[in-house]
Design a protein around this ligand. Structure first.
Ligand SMILES: NC(=O)CC[C@H](N)C(=O)O
Length: 429
């Protein structure tokens, strides 16, 4: 056992190690998941913390560490990549963000579940993430919008959750060593070694996760941000623009914000041909956020390439990474990514610093981009590329989330900039 492993085992009575060997980083089996669902049993677990329950779940990480925990939500065995999210609020939006497909979200905020879940804060129709890892599950829910407890919500959607885990220790581990694959299991019959083997034989890199979360057929989107929650609305001039939005795992609030800015929106699947999009003669095209490795979806990069220069485009997160590649650049996997609602970003065009919502593990390498492409935003935590523009071809993109949900609204004006881009292109047509 290495020094770090020993330190962890000593400081965490619920952490032990299954192996003395370092994680095997050799090529892995792709997209192998197992889930033994038992919603009935999961529902029976309920939400309330039971003082007699010592632990009934294990999170086994590929580095050999085992974290004993208490389960809530679904039961079974699930593999995924563990990422930590530093948002203080908004766990429901995080749970329903399709970009988390294939990942366990570990919340660094220790107290989760206290506001339950409500009918309004869904960012998609489904929870696509692998599971939720938290320190402390609130024993009561109290909020005027609460419709259900977090535990019931997860159980109904067959999503596993664990609590009473030392989330600080796991976060430090991920920060020091980089992202790790983990296996979460409530099945006592499975040996630690079996779960460890599973974690080491699965990988998220190189897998197309977009096809599992995108819509299947085009549809019109009409919902706006509810007027009680809307802001800056008096700055809009009422002009309408038709936007085709590619659904790579799109968050509803991107659509709500575009609708609030006066856009008529047609949402299309990730495989929708560029030629069909161009036939619709849109005023602009949006490339959405989405899960997984941006270099594993060459068909989407090709679609973006065919649209560039023919309509103004706006890429958000995965959309930004696809745009970067379509322009000739490359993406790379970051050590542990950015997930949270408190990332400072400098807008290099006006010098302003925006506090932003972020959720990505990959980034565009600015050195790989051709001449003419401008880096417009930089993440101030690590200097990574947070935004691009190519004004000559009406292209703009952000690595982070101007739609927030959850997160601060500092960057909402990016939607206004997209409107201006479409307006100028229309005037110059
Ligand atoms: N939110 C997103 O679109 C995430 C993009 C990509 N899956 C990443 O992890 O970098």
């Amino acid at each position: 056992m290495g020094t770090k492993a020993m330190e962890l085992a000593v400081s965490n009575p619920l952490c032990c190690f299954v192996s003395r060997t370092p994680p095997d980083r050799s090529p892995k089996v792709r997209a192998f998941t197992v889930r033994c669902s038992s919603p009935g049993a999961a529902l029976a677990l309920g939400l309330a913390e039971r003082p007699w329950k010592a632990w009934d779940a294990r999170l086994v990480l590929e580095d050999g560490s085992i974290w004993k925990a208490k389960s809530f939500g679904a039961t079974g065995t699930q593999v995924g990549e563990v990422v930590f999210n530093t948002s203080l609020t908004g766990y429901q939006e995080i749970l329903t963000d399709p970009s988390y497909a294939g990942q366990f979200v570990l919340m660094t905020n220790p107290h989760i579940g206290n506001t339950g879940v409500n009918l309004d804060d869904e960012e998609s129709k489904q929870c696509f993430l692998a599971g939720l890892v938290i320190r402390s599950l609130s024993i009561s829910t109290s909020n005027w919008r609460c419709a259900e407890t977090l535990g019931d919500y997860l159980a109904e959607r067959n999503i596993m959750g664990i609590y009473d885990v030392d989330t600080r220790a796991i976060t430090r581990r991920l920060r020091q060593d980089g992202s790790l694959i983990g296996v979460l299991s409530t099945e006592e019959s499975k040996a630690d070694e079996e779960l460890l083997d599973l974690s080491r034989s699965w990988d998220i890199v190189g897998v197309d996760l977009i096809s599992g979360v995108s819509c299947q057929t085009p549809f019109e989107w009409i919902d706006k941000t509810k007027s009680d929650w809307d802001f800056n609305s008096n700055q809009r001039d009422g002009q309408t623009f038709h936007v085709v939005a590619y659904d790579f795992g799109i968050k509803h609030n991107i659509l709500r914000r575009l609708a609030s800015y006066g856009c008529k929106i047609t949402v299309v699947p990730s495989t929708w041909p560029a030629s069909e999009t161009l036939k619709m003669k849109p005023d602009g095209v949006l490339f959405s956020n989405g899960p997984g490795d941006p270099s594993a979806v060459p068909y989407a990069v090709e679609t973006v390439k065919q649209i560039l220069g023919k309509a103004p485009v706006f890429g958000i997160c995965m959309g930004h990474q696809l745009l970067g590649q379509a322009l000739g650049g490359k993406t790379f996997k970051m050590k542990f990514g950015h997930h949270g609602g408190n990332h400072p970003v400098r807008n290099l065009r006006n010098g302003h610093v925006e506090i932003s919502a972020q959720n990505h593990n990959y980034a565009v390498d600015p050195a790989s981009l051709p001449k003419g492409v401008e880096v417009t935003h930089v993440n101030l935590n690590d200097g990574s590329c947070a935004g691009l523009a190519f004004p000559a071809r009406n292209i703009m993109s952000l690595q982070y989330h101007p739609e927030a949900s959850p997160g601060p609204h500092d960057s909402d004006n990016a939607f206004g900039e997209f409107i201006e881009l479409m307006k100028r292109a229309k005037q110059n047509a």
